[in-house]
Design a protein around this ligand. Structure first.
Ligand code: PEP
Length: 251
C-alpha cells in the first residue's frame, strides 16, 4: 500500500556534466521499474538540467534544501516556487548535516516543511540521533521531539504527503549501517508517534525511509522490515550501477 521510494542525496557532489552523465547511465538500468519511486537530489545548479534530461522518465528530481519565504532579500537562499519552476518535485529538509553545520532546528524544519507542502512539493523530513544520544539511551526521546516539533501543525491530508527519513547520524557516511532490527524499532516508533499526532490513517500512509550507509549488499534486509518504505542514500547513489541495484532491491 505504501509505494517504496529510493532517493539519492548527492550532497555537494557532481558538476552539471557529471550529473547528466550519471543519469544517462541510470535511465536504461531502471526503465522497467514501476513499483518504486525513484528520486535524485543533486546540487541546486544541476536541478534544472537534470529535470530536463529526465523528462518522460520514471526518475524524479528533488532539492537538498529550501527557504520558507517566497522571495526577497535572503542572499544565498532559494524559494519553493523556484524549485518547482526548475523541475523539482521533492525537497530534503533538516538533513543532519544541515542541523550540524548550518544551524537547522526543529523550528526551521517546520517552516521549510510548511512552505514546501503549500507549493505542492513533497518534503522529506530527516530525523535521527547522534551516537552519544544513542549510547545514553535517548534515541526515542530525541526522535519523538524531532517528529513532534519539526512536523507539527499540519492537516491530516498534508501529514499523509510528508515523507520522513530516519537517519541515525552515526550511520551517515560512516559505513556503519543500523541493523535492520535497530532501524525497524525506530521506524515503528515514528509511525506510532505520527499516528498519535495525525490519526492511524496518516500513520499508516506516511512513508518512512531509512538512511545511513545503505548499500547494495544491505538494502534487501532493510527493505524487508515492515515499517521501512525506502532509502535516503548518499554514497551509494553517486554511481548509476549501485543506485540501480538499490532501486531494484527486490531482485
Ligand atoms: C545521506 O546522505 O543522507 C546518507 C544517508 O548518506 P550515506 O548513504 O552515504 O550514509
Amino acid at each position: 500500500m505504501r509505494k517504496p521510494l529510493m532517493a539519492g542525496n548527492w550532497k555537494m557532489h557532481k558538476t552539471i556534466p557529471e550529473a547528466i552523465a550519471m543519469v544517462k547511465e541510470l535511465k536504461p538500468l531502471v526503465a522497467d521499474v514501476k513499483d518504486v519511486d525513484i528520486l535524485i537530489c543533486p546540487v541546486f545548479t544541476a536541478v534544472y538540467p537534470l529535470a530536463n534530461e529526465l523528462k518522460g522518465s520514471n526518475i524524479k528530481v528533488g532539492a537538498q534544501n529550501v527557504y520558507w519565504e517566497p522571495k526577497g532579500a535572503f542572499t544565498g537562499e532559494i524559494a519553493v516556487n523556484m524549485l518547482l519552476d526548475a523541475g523539482c518535485s521533492f525537497v530534503i529538509i533538516g538533513h543532519s548535516e544541515r542541523r550540524q553545520y548550518f544551524g537547522e532546528s526543529d523550528e526551521t524544519v517546520n517552516k521549510r516543511t510548511k512552505a514546501t507542502l503549500a507549493a505542492g512539493l513533497i518534503p522529506i523530513v530527516c530525523v535521527g540521533e547522534t551516537l552519544q544520544e544513542r549510547e545514553s539511551n535517548d534515541t526515542f526521546k530525541v526522535i519523538e521531539k524531532q517528529v513532534k516539533d519539526g512536523i507539527k501543525n499540519f492537516s491530516k491530508e498534508e501529514a499523509e504527503k510528508i515523507v520522513i527519513a530516519y537517519e541515525p547520524v552515526w550511520a551517515i557516511g560512516t559505513g556503519k549501517t543500523a541493523t535492520p532490527q535497530q532501524a525497524q524499532e525506530v521506524h515503528e516508533f515514528i509511525r506510532k508517534t505520527y499516528s498519535q499526532m495525525y490519526g492511524n490513517d496518516a500513520g499508516g500512509k506516511v512513508r518512512i525511509l531509512y538512511g545511513g550507509s545503505v548499500k547494495p549488499d544491505n538494502v534487501s534486509e532493510l527493505m524487508k522490515q515492515p515499517d521501512i518504505d525506502g532509502g535516503l542514500v548518499g554514497g551509494a547513489s553517486l554511481e548509476a550501477a549501485s543506485f540501480a541495484k538499490l532501486v531494484k532491491f527486490n531482485g
